[in-house]
Each structure stands twice: as C-alpha cells, then as structure tokens.
Design a protein. Structure first.
Length: 492
C-alpha cells in the first residue's frame, strides 16, 4: 500500500506545506514543494495540520474502560443525583458482583460532603456498593460492603464517627485495599471489555501509542493485556504496577511500576508535603514506603535492567525518591521516571537534573486544579507558585514527558498541550513546540521509541494525526483522522 498525504506538516518544529509518501507502515519520503508527486493515490487534507501520532505516557487502561461500563459521577452536583444513579444501577447492573461508581467529585457536590454509609444502605443493602472519589484516593462503602470486605475489622485509613463506628469513608491503606479488591474480583471478560472500550476513547483523541499502567500485587491484569496485545490497534507499553521484580522479568516485561504509590493525592490530603496542608494543618500527608524498602526496590529493579516509574505528587515524596536514587544510580540509561511531581522546589529540580530522571507530567492537572480558588491553592496556599513548574524544569534541560493519568483527566493530548501553554502560573508556561514535544518526541524518548516514533521523519512509523487547528486558544479541536503504521484507524 502506497499513498500520499498532503497538508501542513509539523516537520522539524515548523509547519510546512507538503506531502508525505507513505509506504506500508513507514513515512517513505517527505516532499516540501507545492508540486504533488505523480502516480500515487492522494489524501488531501488541505489546510489541516499533520502531526506525529500522540503519545500519552500515563493511562490507567482498566479504570478508563470501567468508566465506560460503570456509571461516571464526574458531572453530578448533588447527593440526590448520586442516590438516583445508584438506584438505577442496582436494576441495570445486577449481573456484576458489586456496584462500582467512579469519579465522585466532592468539589462539585453542593452538600460538600461524602454520602453516609446509612444513606447508601437505604438504597442497596444486599450488594457491595463502592464509590470512588475522582482522584482515586478516597472510597465510600455501604455497610454490606464494609462487612463483606473487612469482616467488621478495623483497617488503617477507615474514618470513624464519634462512637468509633466506621463512616464508610476510606482513605490511605483502606482505600488502596478496596481498589485492589474490586480489580481482583472483576471477571476476565469484563476486564477485556474495559481495555477495548478504553482504547476506542484513546484513538479518538489522536493517541497512537500509550503507556498502560495496569494491575497491582493482587490483580495480574497486565498478563491478560500482554497475552492480548495483538487485539489492539495502538502501540501499548505496559507498566505492571507491582514490586515483584522476578515475576515481571519472567513474564518478559522491560518495565515495572507506574502509579506505584510513594504518596497519595492532594485532594485526599495524602500527598506527602514538607510543610502541613494549608487547609488541614494537622497533616503533611503519607509516605507509603520506608527509605530502606524504596532503596532496595529501586536498586534491585535497576540491577534487573527494568525501567522504573513511581507515583510521587508531594515534594516530600519526590525527595524520598531522589534520596533513594542518589544512593546508587550512576547514570539513568534505563530512563527511570517520576510520575506527577506536582509540588517541587528549586533544590529538587537540581537533584532531578543531576540524576537525569525523566519527569512524567500531566499538564491537564493545572487546567482542573491550578489557579485562583482551585484545589492547588486550597491545599498549598502560597506554594501554588511551584506546582508543575514546567518552565523551570525545561530550563534545566530535564526531559519532560506528557500524559493524562486517564481517567483522572480525559486522555486528550490537545488538552494537555493547551494546559501547558496556558499554565495558570504565567512564569511556568512553556511554548507550543515544547508542549507538543511532551506528547510526541519526548514521549517517544521516555519509552525507548525515539528511533521510530514521535517525529515526522523519513523512515519513521507512519503514525499520524490530522488536526483542524492548533491547541493554543482552545483545546476543543476537530481531529480529522488518525493513522497507525500507515493504516487509518479513525476518521471524523
Ligand atoms: Zn499516580
Ligand atoms: Zn496514575
């Protein structure tokens, strides 16, 4: 199969009118003249932009897919809305072993509180109800769920009322336990369905390659995904989210970790900060690892030639990661990454640079949580000036790769690029080309794909996305088509 694609090509950081000759799965030639080579079928995209296919370096594939199966609470504004949705789900989702509700957003709920366990019991009392907060770091259970899952015992992170009875709200370790629980008990066919539903959403957003962060110590979904990779249209790079180095090696993976938690999240007050939370001065968050354990994990995984990714949001968590690497890491040939890095300071940035660690960022966090009156300011007060400091990181020539953390934010690189260019903190804005690189060139480097992907160059994979406009003033831009290795996999 040979054909031509014409349009405004993003070539060596410029927009140039031209034509690409695609042969099989590769970009065979690039013509930057007005003339169109003869003898090949032509797809003329006229004034539209031709970009390399986007790379999202951070997607929770199962959770994104589950959002397309179980109810999404992200748009509801009251507890009554929630109760209606639960009632509906009890009728429609009776085949599932539990009822799962994702993306509960306390900020949007007018009552500004979580539902009470007893309120949930009035609607469902013979089936487990699990409600997950948008950031994944708080869950709420009904009484039946508490009894079934925790067998009436106490678990660290369980919130209790004045009578020492659990309220149903779970944070920290108890929250983690629930997330592991429901993933473990999901039937295999539901998991496969979730993976495939998620991929449909991913492709529509112009993504041709992505990192899928999958599984945990009790859920081996990464094996299921690995065995079925041939069923997907995109290039999927799997991060098994476990600490079992031997198992990961035996299965043939080259990577380990993902959102392997060093700390929690800002919205749940569990991200580890060096000073107390502005709006909750009793706490500085949680570190899940001891220094000792983290050092051993990093060292052993490095000796096993695995690329490591871990989740560190607060400055204290990032500091712990750096401290562990500083003890032994001589170079970063394995391209170890830190996910999120939302709260930094200039000392941490210098140490990240010295270790040559990759920062895997999610610029859409600034779109949702940055700026006046939003989450970052509430939790951090004045330190808001140092959230997601992209300009400062790039000034130190640190490699920044971009992702969405979907389903926490939509898997939409255009939103990511727009958010980085329009960072609420003007000092930390980066320009369009730098922002595009997060989701193309640097994304490829972060995943050892820089020889085939992330650029429009002769001999590179014909992974392309056609855009009607540039995501500078708005991110809601029509995507005309998506090509993966020369095959059109999506068209508007
Ligand atoms: Zn994470
Ligand atoms: Zn994540």
């Amino acid at each position: 199969m040979e054909f031509l694609i014409k349009g405004k090509i993003y070539y060596r950081e410029e927009f140039l009118e031209g034509t690409l000759l695609i042969k099989k799965d590769k970009i065979w030639r690039i013509f930057l003249t007005k003339e169109i080579p003869r003898g090949y079928p032509l797809i003329d995209y006229q004034d539209n932009y031709i970009f390399p296919g986007f790379i999202d370096s951070h997607i929770h594939l199962l959770e994104l897919g589950l959002l397309n199966i179980f109810p999404d609470l992200s748009e509801i504004t009251s507890l009554n809305d929630l109760f209606d949705i639960i009632q509906e789900a009890e009728k429609n989702l009776s085949a599932f072993p539990f009822l799962l509700f994702l993306n509960f957003d306390l900020e949007k709920i007018k009552e500004k509180r979580f539902p009470k366990r007893k309120e949930l019991d009035k609607i469902v009392n013979k089936k487990i109800v699990i409600i997950s907060q948008k950031d994944g770091h708080t869950t709420i259970l009904n009484t039946y769920g508490l009894i079934k899952i925790f067998n009436q015992g106490f678990f660290p992170g369980m919130e209790v009322d004045n009578y020492h009875q659990p309220t149903g709200v779970l944070r920290g370790l108890a929250n983690e336990f629930i997330h592991k629980y429901y993933k473990k008990y999901l039937p295999v066919d539901v998991k496969m369905l979730a993976f495939q539903e998620a991929e449909k959403v991913i492709i529509k957003n112009g993504i041709t390659t992505f990192c899928a962060l999958v599984g945990n110590e009790e859920d081996n979904s990464y094996e299921l995904l690995l065995e079925n990779l041939h069923r997907f249209k995109t290039e999927i790079i799997i991060f098994p989210q476990v600490k079992d180095i031997k198992k990961v090696k035996n299965l043939g993976f080259k990577r380990i970790g993902g959102c392997l938690l060093i700390d929690g999240s800002l919205s749940s007050y569990t991200a580890a900060l060096s000073v107390p939370y502005e709006d909750n001065p009793q706490t500085k968050g949680i570190l899940y690892f001891s220094d000792e354990d983290l050092y051993h994990f990093f060292k052993k995984a490095t000796e096993a030639d695995l690329q490591i990714a871990v989740h560190a949001i607060g400055d204290e968590a990032v500091k712990q990661v750096i401290r562990a690497y500083e003890k032994f890491l001589k170079n970063n040939n394995l391209r170890h990454r830190i996910e999120h890095c939302e709260v930094l300071d200039s000392d941490l940035i210098k140490r990240i640079k010295k270790l040559n660690l990759i920062v895997s960022c999610q610029p859409a966090f600034e779109y949702f949580w940055g700026g006046k009156g939003k989450l970052y300011e509430k939790r951090l007060g004045k330190r808001i000036n140092f959230t997601n400091p992209y300009r400062s990181l790039l000034n130190e020539s640190i490699i920044l790769i971009g992702g969405s953390d979907a389903p926490i934010t939509p898997p939409n690189p255009l939103l990511g690029i727009y958010s980085a260019v329009n960072h609420p903190n003007e000092k930390e804005r980066i320009n369009l080309k730098e922002a595009i690189a997060l989701f193309t060139k640097h994304g490829a480097y972060g995943n050892f794909l820089e020889e085939n992907k992330g650029l429009i160059e002769k001999g590179y994979d014909a992974d392309l996305v056609i855009l009607e406009n540039l995501p500078i003033k708005d991110f809601k831009i029509k995507i005309k088509a998506v090509f993966k290795k020369g095959t059109k996999i999506w068209e508007s």
